[in-house]
Design a protein around this ligand. Structure first.
Ligand code: ATP
Ligand code: MG
Length: 262
């Protein structure tokens, strides 16, 4: 079990060995994740058994020019990323004036759903995506679930991951908003889908360098997933039907009829 002192020492050794330890301070976000500060600089350090995989997902996203934080592996147990001090989605839903901002917000959520889809990422709960209110942009954190969706599912049932992402990133958000007694955000589903499609078009033009796809044990996975970017439109109706069967109950009843019709 690491404590704040261990984490500060680890960061200090890696970023500024000559700087006195007293200049760093740390806060424990949970048992595995710490925020360390020095002056205006801030880092997130995370204990992980899968640092190499997280780095691979990071590199994959870099090839796709997906917005993300710098990330590096400190040792076999710890990764580190720059901290922009952004809130998680769960916190954004509490913020005042949210519904006025909802159009850019749902568009950004759609875009981040596409990168999750391509990277076969599950575990996209409201604590694993951050939102920049000013740039209206989302960022994934927690890459441990990257490349997790099985290749056979990607090949034969790709709409399932899309449906899951509709559940996690759209319906869960709506139910979070509902808890805060806002009105139904108009056109939010269409906007969410526009974000998905635009990001898919943008990513489809990117190439994954061989030195990255070659490192992925799941190389066919990435190639296959890339080709799905051009098929989002045809997968979408099936994904929406599955999401409405499987995940709609997360919403309060009187919101359900409005959901997929905008
Ligand atoms: N780059 C970051 N910027 C701001 N906050 C972050 C960042 N990375 C993580 N956090 C905060 O720390 C929390 C936990 O981080 P993360 O989701 O990576 O770990 P975890 O959930 O403990 O890991 P796992 O899901 O692999 O068990 C996040 O929900 C978020 O609040
Ligand atoms: Mg997490």
């Amino acid at each position: 079990m690491a404590d704040k002192d261990d984490v500060i020492k680890l960061l200090q050794q890696n970023v500024a060995p000559d700087v006195p330890r007293a200049e760093f301070s740390a806060v424990e976000l949970n048992k595995k994740v710490f925020r360390v500060k020095r002056g205006n600089s801030s880092w997130i350090l995370k204990k992980t058994e899968e640092g190499t995989k997280e780095l691979l997902v990071h590199r994959l996203f870099s090839s796709y020019k997906v917005s993300q934080f710098d990330q590096w592996v400190l040792n076999e147990n710890w990764i580190c990323m720059t901290d922009l001090g952004l809130p998680i989605l769960g916190e954004v839903l509490n913020s005042v004036g949210f519904t006025r901002e909802s159009s850019g917000f749902f568009y950004a959520i759609g875009r981040v759903a596409t990168s999750a889809f391509v990277a076969g990422m599950r575990d996209r709960n409201l604590g694993n995506v951050l939102y920049d209110v000013h740039l209206k942009r989302c960022y994934h954190v927690d890459y441990t679930s990257g490349l997790e969706e099985r290749l056979s599912d990607r090949l034969f049932r790709p709409h399932r991951l899309l449906a899951y992402l509709i559940g996690r990133l759209y319906l869960d958000i709506l139910s979070g908003i509902k808890e805060h007694k806002a009105d139904f955000p108009p056109h939010s589903f269409e906007t969410f889908y526009s974000g998905i499609r635009d990001e898919a078009k943008r990513m489809a033009d990117c190439t994954i360098p061989l030195h990255i796809s070659g490192k992925i044990v799941w190389k066919p996975y990435i190639l296959r997933t890339h080709s799905l970017l051009g098929k989002i439109d045809s997968l979408w109706p099936k994904a929406v039907r599955l999401a409405s069967r499987k995940y709609l109950e997360r919403l309060p009843e009187h919101w359900r009829p409005q959901v997929f019709i905008g």
